[in-house]
Design a protein around this ligand. Structure first.
Ligand SMILES: Nc1ncnc2c1ncn2[C@@H]1O[C@H](COP(=O)(O)OP(=O)(O)O)[C@@H](O)[C@H]1O
Ligand SMILES: [Mg+2]
Length: 306
């Protein structure tokens, strides 16, 4: 079942088109990574999904509802936006208790203590949040978003601005939460590595469009294939080599550029040179490279993120 449905969503700010007719779905229980460089429109999309911002056209449904018009459905989601929005002069416990009261949570004390233990802040429950590190604040913000046991958790760049150790802890927390509760988690990220580590599926947003939407496993499978660059002795050898190589069943893709042939293989093979030399083809150079999902992502969004 799809718990989030994005249908032909467009958002313009003045003349600037930030989202240009995007479509994707998020299935129940999935950790979904919404990936794109800074300024791509991830927060904008999330704000529209949450009903905090109106789209120019199209719609975003959560559990089949439009959150802008549905208080009941809004009460079934949890949110951590870029700004943690905690009360710094209050204790960790009181920060959670404030929300627990707001959401009319039953057995408040048990629930809050359970969450504080889950995020590893139980021993610090009576400390004021102002003294917490950024990582501790982020974990507390996640705990707060879970107080009313929401069905879907929205996280906008959950590890942004944290040091590597805190990033690791926050990611671990998200993975554990998904494992233990099976909740649907939708997170924005500009970090492919993060998405690869913790998400089941991802959509890549670039220049207002969804350029890729697939499981992380499929993407890895699809993109991290061995690539072999073969340079033949002359034009005639290149043509013949191209013909032979294109017809091999373990060759996934075959492109020609000048005297160089770029082969993407379904699987590693050692026999390429042999195949060609047996047919009397002269090879000047053969080079192997392995393209990673990272290479593909950088190719899509550009080295500098834009
Ligand atoms: N309220 C707004 N008014 C005008 N432009 C905006 C507004 N909010 C966001 N933008 C622009 O929309 C683009 C996408 O922003 P944002 O959704 O924050 O990207 P991301 O979260 O992917 O970094 C940016 O160019 C940003 O400047
Ligand atoms: Mg953002």
């Amino acid at each position: 079942m799809n718990v989030i449905e994005i249908k032909n969503l467009t958002k313009k700010f003045g003349d600037k088109v930030v989202l240009n007719g995007i479509n994707f779905d998020v299935a129940e229980g999935e950790v979904f990574g919404y990936l794109g460089p800074n300024g791509a429109g991830k927060t904008t999309t999330m704000r529209i999904i949450l009903g905090l911002l109106n789209p120019t056209s199209g719609e975003a449904l959560v559990m089949g509802r439009n959150l802008a018009e549905d208080d009941e459905a809004r009460g079934r989601i949890g949110v951590v936006l870029e700004n943690d929005g905690l009360y710094e002069d209050q204790t960790a416990y009181d920060n959670l208790d404030y929300y627990a009261q707001l959401y009319d949570v039953s057995k408040r004390k048990e629930r809050i203590e359970e969450l504080l233990k889950f995020v590893g802040l139980y021993d610090l429950r009576y400390e004021k949040v102002g003294a917490f590190s950024k990582g501790m604040k982020r974990k507390l913000a996640i705990a707060r978003a879970l107080v009313h046991d929401p069905e879907i958790l929205f996280l906008d760049e959950p590890s942004a601005g944290l040091d590597p150790e805190a990033q690791r802890m926050v990611r671990e927390l998200i993975v554990n939460l998904s494992k233990e509760s099976g909740k649907t988690i939708f997170l924005n990220s500009h970090n492919l590595d993060e998405v690869q580590r913790i998400c089941d599926r991802t959509a890549i947003l670039h220049r207002g469009k969804i350029v890729v939407c697939d499981t992380v496993e499929n993407l890895r499978e699809k993109f991290s294939k061995p690539v072999v660059l073969i340079t033949a002795g002359d034009k005639r050898n290149t043509e013949r080599a191209f013909e032979i190589l294109s017809s091999l069943d373990f060759v996934y893709d075959c492109e020609k550029e000048g005297r160089t042939i770029k082969l993407t293989l379904r699987e590693e093979r050692q026999s390429l040179v042999k195949i060609l030399t047996e047919k009397g083809i002269e090879i000047e150079e053969i080079r192997k490279e392995r393209r990673s999902l990272e290479d593909i992502y950088l190719e899509i969004v550009g080295e500098n993120g834009k």
